[in-house]
Write a protein that binds this ligand. Structure first.
Ligand SMILES: [Zn+2]
Length: 423
């Protein structure tokens, strides 16, 4: 355990690390923008490699672009413990999302090494390649590849300029074919995965708690609804005799909102885009596309929401004389954290006297994909005013240090905890 002065030192080291990596950003973009495949990201990764190396970790980059720092344990053949997150950001993003999990993991490795604490197994600290959403519509590139979930079809996805994901890998110096083959399950047996992350919401701050232990990560269902009405003269067609696709879509926006408001546990529903094909200001809209998403950690509610929404939206559209077609796609299924990892983190927090609460994650994370490889857990620290994916994103460095203490001690506890699969 750290002394109070060591804790202050750790908070300062974490704070200066967060400041240093934040300097690698795309100057033409707002906030702290460091997109995957950008020059800023390429340069920042050199910094991350060096940071790992300075902490005494053995560093390499795997075929999927994940930067992996290894702290050797006593038995190199025992399944490894893994922690980590990501250092890319969204456009106009902040300085903490993902970054605290990578710098926190490095700090955990440093503290273990400097205190002479030997784990029975290797600790791997990972900076997962390209976690955030990108123009290819596929987040979590590095953890997906590690989980063996990246496909040839994914490499063919193109951005708005027609550049494929595979081509972007090549330009960045990564071999796309090798990326597909970097499935960790073939080569690296894992004991557990634990990710430290900012909450990105207001709950911990509102409850004045420094720690959340994640119960599950929300599944995401995306909806594309296409409303087809009738194009008519907006000046002459009577109000009682219209098939206005925009009005039907507007009703649907409210139906999506009502569904989210009615969720019994954590559930949210958002319409993010409404596009009308009508270019003229004097034509009744006849074709409108609506993009919405529904998220929850409650798999039953989430699947029920799809049926309820389809019924309500179709009913209301019919009343407006409008047809509607639905296309649902699953971004990711609900993933529960492993009970053994969750309970170990909870026990550690209690022992350390760190107040905590169980908390669902409404955002998706690399942990979703790592859960296919190993028992998975997550630790959250507070986000000031619940702000995230914006320049105002902030977490006090003392809170980051508390999160790192919980992370380090939980990793030590997990090292000798049996974690049965399928719990
Ligand atoms: Zn993140």
């Amino acid at each position: 355990m750290l002394t109070p002065s060591q804790t202050t030192e750790a908070a300062e080291r974490l704070g200066s690390g967060i400041g240093e990596i934040s300097d690698y950003r795309e100057a033409s973009r707002p906030g702290w923008t460091r997109d995957v495949f950008s020059e800023a990201y390429r340069e920042s990764r050199q910094w991350t490699l060096q940071r790992m190396s300075d902490a005494g970790l053995e560093v390499h980059t795997d075929d999927a672009g994940n930067i992996v720092g290894r702290l050797p344990g006593m038995n190199p053949n025992a399944p490894a413990l893994v922690t980590g997150s990501h250092t890319d950001t969204v456009d106009g993003g902040g300085r903490f999302d993902g970054i605290v999990g990578v710098l926190g993991g490095i700090e955990a490795g440093r503290q273990l090494r400097e205190s002479g604490t030997s784990l029975g197994r290797d600790l791997l600290v990972v900076d997962f390649f390209g976690e955030e959403s990108n123009p290819y519509g596929l987040s979590c590139l590095g953890s997906r590849a590690a989980a063996g979930e990246l496909s040839t079809g994914d490499l063919d996805r193109a951005d708005y300029r027609g550049v494929s994901l595979g081509e972007s890998y090549s330009r960045f110096g990564l071999d796309p074919a090798a990326t597909l083959g970097s499935h960790w399950a073939r080569s690296i047996p894992l004991h557990a995965f634990l990710e430290l992350h900012i909450e990105q919401g207001p709950t911990l701050e509102q409850r004045e708690l420094p720690l959340g232990i994640v119960t599950g990560i929300a599944g995401i269902q995306r909806l594309l609804a296409v409303f087809t009405g009738s194009p008519d003269h907006a000046g002459t067609r009577p109000m009682t005799d219209r098939a206005d696709a925009m009005v039907a879509a507007a009703e649907a926006v409210l139906a999506v909102r009502r569904e989210g408001c009615g969720a019994p546990n954590h559930g949210v529903a958002t319409t993010t885009r409404l596009e009308s094909e009508s270019r003229s200001p004097n034509v009744v809209p006849s074709l409108v596309r609506m993009t919405s998403e529904v998220r929850s950690v409650d798999a039953d509610w989430l699947s029920g929401a799809k049926g309820r929404l389809a019924e309500e939206i179709r009913d209301q559209a019919r009343q407006h004389g409008v047809d509607v077609d639905f296309t649902w796609s699953t971004d990711n299924e609900v993933v529960q954290t492993h009970t053994g990892v969750h309970d170990t983190a909870a026990r550690v927090a209690d022992t350390l006297g760190i107040p905590w609460m169980p908390i669902p994650s409404g955002a998706t994370h690399d942990a979703v994909h790592m859960a296919t490889l190993a028992p998975m857990g997550m630790i959250f620290i507070p986000s000031k005013a619940g702000k995230s994916h914006c320049p105002e994103e902030w977490t006090d460095f003392t809170d980051v240090a508390t999160g790192v203490t919980a992370l380090t001690q939980t990793l030590i506890a997990l090292d000798h905890t049996e974690l049965p699969r399928h719990v």
